[in-house]
Ligand binder design. Sequence first.
Ligand code: ZN
Length: 199
Amino acid sequence: MAVSWTRHRFSGGMLALDTTNTVVLRGDAGRSFDRFDDPAEIARFAAAASGFRADELRGRVLAAPDPKAIAGRVLAIREATDRLMRRSVVEGVLATVDMPHFLNACADGLTASRERLSAEAPFGVESEPLAFEAALAVSALSLLSAGIMSRLRICPNCNWLFVDRSRNGSRLWCDMAVCGNRQKARRHYSRRKEEVVNG
Ligand SMILES: [Zn+2]
């Protein structure tokens, strides 16, 4: 069944993080699954990201006209990004041992690209759509800044990576409306259960 690419699925706050979050429940071998198992979803994700990530992309539209052809490169960037950034959140350091793989994956995403990037237009200025794998590489590389890395978090409910842009840097959930509420409901339920058991 086709994935419905809702706003919640773009809770990562950056294209590269939203892409790592297309693997659901990472680390949970029994329940984890990959929303990009069907390469057609890469094209649909790119179209949705053009809207939800318009701020980061400065309005540049993304396209993946031949998702099957780019799937290998997209998944390589996605997995290398996840490994590098997840470890940086957990351990508080960037592991250079993970860097060559990450940089090579990003380089592969840019091989066919002829964009001209600038501070005002970090994803280029051309009027035609930007290749998704190139945009993904640029977004992933932009994670390597102290300002972003110090604000990377892992949602304790769903394991997604997200960037915390709250003023005091204390955001806990990828999406309060989804993961925050689920956790609240779970706490409520276990309290009720205790009451029943104890009472
Ligand atoms: Zn979450």
